[in-house]
Design a protein around this ligand. Structure first.
Ligand SMILES: [Zn+2]
Length: 280
């Protein structure tokens, strides 16, 4: 082999290596499990009509969002259970709920999730949809449900139907983010800058105390434990950022830093439109 061949070979190896690196960094190493998904114009149409977070993104970010939704749909099994019928629109809304909290993290995918089980109704903690105590809306799995999530279809749709501060699917995806560092403890160590961990923990305990003393408008379920606190205030942050910013500026500021770039992302005119929507 002469020097020129060597240079060509090294060049090819470097380009190949960069290609592998790019895919690993930007796409993750999850396998394609669904080669066929809804086409891009349909993804865009659903996101435009149903997802407030998507509506307020700049066009180039909307493109990025659509690609992330497509990637989730290609790599995550969505399985209707117990007679549930899950439309493409609903699959896209599940993928959108996964994309929202991690949108500003280009290198992050849900590596700890293979499958979303969709139940037709609320379910109890033994995953039974027909028992008396049907109060669970979503769940992130352990044991036999390792790498799986359960979502109730009505709870998924409620998160998109009314512009309230509740959003079950985002809530469950935030639990998965929290779980990625090995502990579901309200401190998402992969996202939170080290310097913010202590301020976040103090603010979390202060806010939980306020909720317990009924001096807060945050849903009481948030005071159950730090993991639920993170999940509930994250719903609030993504559903009603302007209200959270007004009523809980410290909490808002910390969450904006944890999830990255919330403030700069927003176009004030678009924000006005979203704020103007009535509660349902
Ligand atoms: Zn929860």
């Amino acid at each position: 082999m002469d020097t020129r061949d060597m240079i060509v070979l090294i060049g090819v190896l470097i380009l190949g290596g960069l290609g592998v690196w790019y895919v690993w960094r930007h796409v993750g190493n999850k396998k394609i499990v669904n080669p066929e998904i809804a086409d891009r114009p349909f993804l865009e149409q659903v996101l435009k009509q149903r997802v407030a977070f998507f509506q307020q993104l700049k066009p180039e970010d909307q493109n990025k969002f659509i690609s992330r939704v497509a990637h989730f749909l290609h790599t995550t099994k969505i399985s209707p259970e117990k007679g549930a019928v899950v439309s493409w629109e609903q699959r896209i809304l599940i993928a959108a709920s996964a994309t929202i909290p991690l949108f500003h993290f280009d290198t992050w995918a849900f590596e700890n999730l293979d499958e979303v089980l969709v139940y037709p109704d609320h379910f109890d903690e033994r995953y039974n949809t027909e028992s008396e105590d049907r109060n669970v809306l979503g769940m992130v799995g352990d044991g036999v449900l390792h790498r799986k999530m359960i979502l109730s279809l009505p709870a998924l749709m409620e998160g998109f139907d009314r512009q309230g501060d509740g959003h079950t699917a985002i809530h469950e995806f935030v639990h998965l983010i929290d779980k990625a560092d090995g502990q579901v403890d309200g401190v998402p160590e992969y996202l939170i800058p080290k310097a913010l961990i202590q301020p976040w923990i103090s603010e979390m305990h202060r806010s939980i105390q306020q909720i317990r003393e009924q001096r807060s408008d945050i849903r009481p379920y948030a005071a159950k434990n730090p993991a639920e606190f993170l999940a509930v205030v994250s719903e609030y942050f993504f559903q009603r950022p302007e209200r959270l910013e007004t009523d809980h500026p410290k909490l808002y500021e910390l969450l904006a830093q944890i999830y990255g770039g919330q403030t700069s992302m927003r176009d004030p005119e678009e924000m006005g439109k979203i704020q103007g929507e009535p509660d349902r």
